[in-house]
Design a protein around this ligand. Structure first.
Ligand SMILES: [Fe+2]
Length: 472
């Protein structure tokens, strides 16, 4: 066999030459025919991203005896008629009760939660309370008070409209936020820019694990930092690698320990068996949250759950199918290259089969939007390993540009792959505005711009109800 292969060399060389000429011609044709991607010409001053010091205003502990701090909410059930309220008290447990109602001055309902604590190396947490408010009316502003009987603090949120096919709703998108001066700009920009009802967070929250011994004080500061948004609208959590907090060198071998104590998810409502992968319905969207750092191979709990979950999605009720994950499947930056590949191999054909509208990921600290493409034809032996245009496929968006301490990912592969529609290494956030069951307006906002400016936009047409080519 070796001999025959050696004899074939001269013809192989000629064949190879022809192949190269053909490929070059094809590349030229492709470049002229296909809608080439944009690598943004925007250039920003690249400074190191620095965490805000512990005495920063945004980390201030609220005044008053044992005052509740780190207040945040998330969706508490499958369809948005429940909310989980979480907060921490530092000195003593205090009350786990939440008083709430539709009038600021008359909180005529109450719910009782519970608290937990944890230790991480030489750190001991405060008393971390979680309380579920159930049977909320839809599309209604609720006021709620925590710290009952001691230092009371009041907040509010608006429950989502009842789930239905033409319900407009706006989601915000932030990933890889951290707690630097840039993170602060991202959050302020998001707060002032949008009228979104909920934030879809694609993982990597505090970056406490970048500190010696994963200094969990930085989990506390982060949770105080985000309170100004997360106490007023649900943040929908995806886990990233910075939530793993696996540190056997200091005896910490329970993955996700701080995250699990601090940020509950409503996973049981969607029949998930772990907090890291789950789904919610909200307005006209069915949102599936996947876990890049939990097993997803065939036969695993996450694999089985997703298989069942996708079959349950009813586009007549929730036309928009959105997936969140941390590690992107399509990424043309020279960071975290191929880290999402095994999950892509496992699940991509399902995303095409079930016509997922959009996939949001983080992890790469930059911004990128893909065309609708898939790469599911490859089967080891056929060499069909190039992504192809596919109108049944999602758009893949990397929004890992929240502004964390690790800085921007500004090194891109060149040339820009044909599947990549737009990419830019800037910090920012995005907004996904569902208008009705056929159209949604998407915009990405870099931190250097004012509120009126969107650096990248796209009108999405729904893959189930109106699957037109929306790439142009
Ligand atoms: Fe990450």
């Amino acid at each position: 066999m070796g001999g025959s292969s050696r004899r074939a060399h001269p013809t192989t060389h000629v064949g190879l030459l022809l192949l190269v000429v053909f490929a070059a011609a094809l590349a030229v044709t492709t470049l002229t025919c296909v809608d080439a991607g944009v690598t943004s010409a925007y250039r920003r001053q690249l400074l190191a991203s620095v965490d805000m010091p512990l005495d920063s205003n945004v980390f201030r502990v609220p005044p008053g005896r044992n005052a509740p701090q780190q207040v945040h909410i998330t969706q508490g059930d499958l369809e948005g008629s429940a909310v989980i309220v979480s907060w921490t008290t530092a000195d003593e447990p205090g009350s786990s009760k939440v008083l709430y109602g539709t009038s600021k001055d008359k909180l005529n309902k109450s719910a009782k939660g519970s608290y937990t604590r944890y230790q991480f190396y030489n750190y001991t947490s405060g008393y971390i309370h979680h309380c579920v408010l159930k049977d909320l009316m839809y599309d209604t502003t609720y006021y709620y008070t925590v710290g009952v009987g001691q230092t009371e603090r009041q907040f509010w949120f608006k429950s989502p409209p009842k789930v239905g096919p033409d319900v407009p709703y706006t989601f915000g998108l932030i990933g890889d936020l951290g707690q630097t001066y840039d993170s602060n700009i991202t959050l302020s920009h998001y707060d002032s820019n949008s009228n979104s009802g909920a934030l879809l967070f694609v993982g990597d929250l505090s970056y406490a694990d970048d500190y010696p011994f994963h200094d969990n004080v930085r989990w506390d500061t982060w949770s105080r930092f985000i309170e100004r948004s997360a106490a007023y609208q649900p943040w929908i959590w995806t886990v990233g690698n910075h939530e793993i907090d696996f540190a056997p060198e200091i005896g910490e071998t329970e993955p996700f320990k701080p995250f699990l104590h601090r940020f509950p998810t409503p996973y049981k409502a969607s029949n998930s068996t772990a907090p890291f992968w789950y789904s919610i319905k909200r307005a006209s969207a069915h949102i599936i949250v996947l876990a890049s750092y939990s097993a997803y191979g065939k036969y695993t709990p996450q694999y089985q759950w997703l298989q069942t979950e996708l079959a349950k999605v009813n586009r007549t009720v929730t036309p928009w199918l959105i997936v969140l994950m941390h590690s992107p499947w399509y990424n043309s930056y020279n960071y975290h290259y191929m880290e999402g590949e095994t999950m892509r191999v496992q699940f991509e054909s399902w995303f095409v089969q079930y016509k997922v509208d959009v996939v949001f990921a983080g992890h790469v600290h930059a911004y990128e939007r893909s065309h609708r493409i898939s790469n599911i034809a490859y089967n080891i032996t056929n060499a069909k390993c190039t992504p192809v245009s596919d109108q049944s496929a999602p758009v893949y968006i990397t929004i890992g540009d929240g502004g964390n301490i690790e800085g921007l990912a500004n090194n891109m592969t060149e040339p820009q792959p044909s599947y990549s529609a737009f990419r830019e290494a800037s910090f920012g956030h995005a907004i996904f505005e569902i208008k009705n069951k056929t159209h949604a307006y998407y915009s990405w906002h870099r931190n250097q711009d004012g509120n009126a400016v969107a650096a990248d936009t796209m009108w999405f047409t729904n893959r189930y109800w109106n699957p037109t080519d929306d790439s142009k």
